[in-house]
Design a protein. Sequence first.
Lengths: 337, 337
Amino acid sequence: MGCTVNDIARAAGVSRSTVLRALSGKPDISTETRDRIRELAATMKYRPNYIARSLTQGKTNLVGVITKPSLYYASHLVIESVEQGLLEGGYSTLLFISGPEREAEEQVVERLLKNRVDGVIAVPGAMTAPATYHELVETGVKLVILDGIIDELPAPQITGDNYKAGRIAAEHLIRLGHRKIAYLGIPTISTVGRDRARGVQEAFSAAGIPFEENFLEVAFNESAAEKRTAEILNAANRPTAILARHDIIARGVLRAIYAAGLKVPDDISVVGSGNILGSDMFRVPLTTINFPAKEMADQCVAKLLRLLAGDSLPSDITMLDVQLVLRASTGPPPKGL
Amino acid sequence: MGCTVNDIARAAGVSRSTVLRALSGKPDISTETRDRIRELAATMKYRPNYIARSLTQGKTNLVGVITKPSLYYASHLVIESVEQGLLEGGYSTLLFISGPEREAEEQVVERLLKNRVDGVIAVPGAMTAPATYHELVETGVKLVILDGIIDELPAPQITGDNYKAGRIAAEHLIRLGHRKIAYLGIPTISTVGRDRARGVQEAFSAAGIPFEENFLEVAFNESAAEKRTAEILNAANRPTAILARHDIIARGVLRAIYAAGLKVPDDISVVGSGNILGSDMFRVPLTTINFPAKEMADQCVAKLLRLLAGDSLPSDITMLDVQLVLRASTGPPPKGL
DNA sequence: TTGAAAGCGATACCAT
DNA sequence: ATGGTATCGCTTTCAA
């Protein structure tokens, strides 16, 4: 298998130490022996064993990345940006996907700890006990939270402005004249859900629209959204607009609307969230909220690399701006409503 | 930081060996000391150092996964399936994304080797020297190739049937009556490109349609496809159908067609490939070719796990079936053409 | 300029 | 049933 420093030392007839000096480019070695050893190492295809190195240096140059399945989240954007940034910073990515039907985050964190990762970037799930992340920090692992907020966590956190996302989506519909708006929303047990709901609620109450009765929770998948929407459409006094927690939900909403023979936005308006790939090419291009996923990921990596370099950073929350992406799925409510 | 076996031994007043026996659940230890040590380990939050363990066992339980940016490929599906499968098999995923504007695969492989991964799953890029993968195998790393073919590589390979993909897409258009079809295709230097082109070519020649003059290469991005399509539409004797190498390319094609004020499929038909998320919700739902990404990934993991378990597998090519997904973007050519 | 030795944390094997 | 010791491959420190 891979040859070791000892093999080279033996082959060169020198000691381990000399080989190390030659390969690491340190002084205190004659140019000739250095070149000779380097050449030998190359022909013998010597590759330093990072595992062994990690052991002596107490540093693995590994960063754990925990994220969710892309069904629920634009993970691919995050994963790609993060992996690239970490690699450029000299770290390799140990990836874990955690989600409802996947290994729980607690388990994943335990694994990362055993693998002695130097740092972790985590996109927290809605259900994760904050203690999990506190554990990481206490163990001395550098941590940055991406796209979520863990209360009182002594670590930098980066998130999109969920409050604003809810507010501007709702305000957009209100400005168009809608008064009866259904919000297919996120459970408010998560910070994301709370902030989003608060944004919607404040926009509603500013316009005198009741919130509670218009807030409906749906499971996070397209077909659940489709079924729920069908019910909504059948109900008396149906809404003139639907505000979906995510573009994936909006897909289900649109399906149900088309199936009912209604037109978007003439009969009913739809707003999504996330600006997923393809949302601009929908049969009716979707009005949605854009989250700067790549920028969030980049800032996250930048912070982690600074922490890993030994800098100390404030454990603050960085909230990045979101924008309304105005497309064709929203318009004024139908006349007479 | 993390406490070690030695710390526990000292705290318990026993030797390292005894601690190990207690924790590993081996025999030759009294129940009382075992329980006492286990309890102690729990309160001291002992976590075995996998790095150190790897060193003694010559096995890291790490698998390197090399894939491409999702812009070019449905990487997220692959990544998720693979990560899950590996985790269930007891391995963690060391992820690397390699692509045109990313670190080259040669570099990535070198890194994986230094990290002493036990196995590798690689989605090969079009430009990678086969030697890179041979190196892996020679070094004793278990390897399975996913969604690509490296000639003469002594490792199992899994791919979609690219020949069939090209053939059935072309045949579908021919059956509808098209005779002038532009193929916005893949460079034929890759095996994928060769197979795909061969499929299209055979369908064409069976129908007496010339291939060379209808084969156009485009850079793999939406706007390049849009520009190229605009040129195609402006040319004299424009095609009645466009066969795109990928749904992403098809997006650009559709944009250009809409911009030219033409209708799909009335004026021109479009076939994509890949069945990406959202292609079913396009303004005109896209007829495309479905590749069983998840199944490919699953089979890939299954094979790698067997290799890692010590089984020897034939170095064959597993080709999974692809299907035409018939949607609304294809129809008969306009009358008189 | 070069070599020797200790140690990182866990493990396997031999000795008691 | 328990303890001691060598080893994995590399790094660091001290000695020659």
